[in-house]
Design a protein around this ligand. Sequence first.
Ligand code: IPE
Ligand code: IPE
Ligand code: MG
Length: 248
Amino acid sequence: MDKILEQIDKERLPRHVAVIMDGNGRWAQLHGQPRIFGHKNGVRSVRQITEASAELGVEFLTLYAFSTENWSRPADEVDALMHLLVETVKGELDVLNENSIRLNAIGDLENLPPKTYQALREGIEDTKSNNRMTLTLALNYSSRWELSNAMRQIAHKVSAGTLGMDQIDDDCISQHLTTAQMPDPELLIRTSGEHRVSNFLLWQLAYTEFYFTDIFWPEFTKEEFYKAILDFQLRERRFGQTSDQLKI
Ligand code: IPE
Ligand code: IPE
Ligand code: MG
């Protein structure tokens, strides 16, 4: 593991890494266990990747933990996930504070079960002055929900006369998203062999590098995370330019 770590160029780290944590259910089934066993084991990976990100010097880590579409899963799985969230947020607070990690959440939070919402609010409040890294949980989040909200807010301002039509540009839209305080992710990781975005950060991912791995989330270790960062560092980000232009 140290060998991979040594190869990472600390000067060229992504400032913001986003992760679609996927494959908990299949991992559990592979072990002859109920799906929630996979979610419980996924918490260990959350801890590992949070720690690895903070140690490296990543400034923002955003984890997709529950999508708006996930409500359509069996009720007992949804209940168990919400309960696990409360336990995890409460259980990890000391570690977050020891490592000066600020907890943040994006999504339709007010429509989460009250206990989950409450635990989140407390976690966010208790860690608000930490400044080493921001850990954002995307909960009851979907990008289309976020974009619809942003458009509604913008339309409201235009009709109230506080925003001109010609002021609606890239920056204006970004400022109305839940990620307004963060740079766009430079790296998106999705585990479990799925190659799709599943309604996550559609606007923000415009120039993000995607990294896909077949590994299921409960088996995604620090070492796997380092591999993703290394892979990212080997890529050439052209932002519409040619390769030759970048060498000038
Ligand atoms: C990701 O694992 C966790 C959540 C979506 C909450 P899944 O639960 O989607 O696991 P698979 O994809 O069914 O294996
Ligand atoms: C995406 O995973 C959402 C989260 C990781 C929270 P899903 O497993 O729900 O996505 P789909 O349904 O396979 O696209
Ligand atoms: Mg899945």
